[in-house]
Design a protein around this ligand. Sequence first.
Ligand code: AMP
Length: 390
Amino acid sequence: MNVLVINAGSSSLKYQLLDVDTREVYAKGNCERIGIEGSFIGHEENGSGKQKLEVALPDHKTAIDHVFEILENVPQKVDGIGHRVVQGGWYFPESAIVDEDVLAKVREVAPLAPLHNYAEADVVEICRNKFPELGNVIVPDTAFHYNMPEYAWRYALPRDVCDKLHIRKYGAHGTSHRYIWRATKQFLGDDVHKLVSLHLGSGASLCAIEDGRCKDTTMGLTPLDGLIMGTRCGTVDPATVFFLSREGGYSIDEIDTMMNKQSGLLAVSAKSNDSRDIEDGAAEGDEKCQMALDMFYYRTAQLTAEMVCSMEGVDTMVFTAGIGENSDVMRQGVMDRLAWLGIKIDPAKNAVRSDEPRVISTDDSAIKVLVVPTNEEYMIALDVAELLSK
Ligand code: AMP
């Protein structure tokens, strides 16, 4: 079955056409700067090089029209469409075939992720109208975390307020964490029961997964919580918000922008939100870059131990996403701070660069540590194939 996976953001739209059975990617691309001057589509087909198509993309509808026009030249036909949805809110413990009710619910929960859900719902609707014969499936990024224990997802705030506003820990990156569980299980077999998934990219979160079920995760009501990220501060004392407002005179919107876009590795390093620049800076003796790394290692190790506590044990840890898959320095930095758990990293294995799952711990390490490249598109396509073939 050939599935078109669509990941719509507020001003971008990524797509990928892949065969679920062979995992072959026939075409993929990204519509950039939708609704902004200078829009373009970066498109790649059957292993050929990337083309840049400069086209006006005033809205998502035009972007989708262009994507389908481009895909008409691809010999493989689309059998179903999968849509990544950032926030499934209080409705979706799993992926769902789209009907009017599902679409209304994606919009109803949108205030929890306004920059994403409205655009995603619009794109789902456009696809349904354009190709009524094709099945559309939504794959919420929160679904995997939906059934974590109540003591993990509930906030110690007044119940009536939480109930009325649906405030709880929702988490994110659920599709990636679910894929990591699946791929690790396939790679290691029955030895995996308690796994910490470390999704470390420009956004970063950890997930405690016990026998395939989420026990806890580090992101919260929104993806701002938890780890220090590229431009996000992660967990800070919530009273920092009141203090910034009362003493600093910042508006709520300014604090929102500050914490989401101007904080994290970017703020501490005073150099970049990209870990590669920070590693280079630290290697050249830049103290702020070194502090950014030290804080990242410290917080990531600390919250990894929290995830271990959620499962009362651990046998496997898996690094994934941009930093997790590519930076041996940062993997080592985090794992060094967990050596007290009996973790031993083999530097030679850690230095290997590959697109395949691999173990980077020594044979006598108390916990197996792996690098597993994530593949959210494939996970989404699998859900589409499973739901549409029922
Ligand atoms: P992601 O959000 O998963 O795409 O991760 C992107 C982040 O991964 C970048 O901002 C970098 O900080 C980090 N990164 C480190 N090494 C690499 C690399 N070789 N390729 C891509 N991203 C990298």
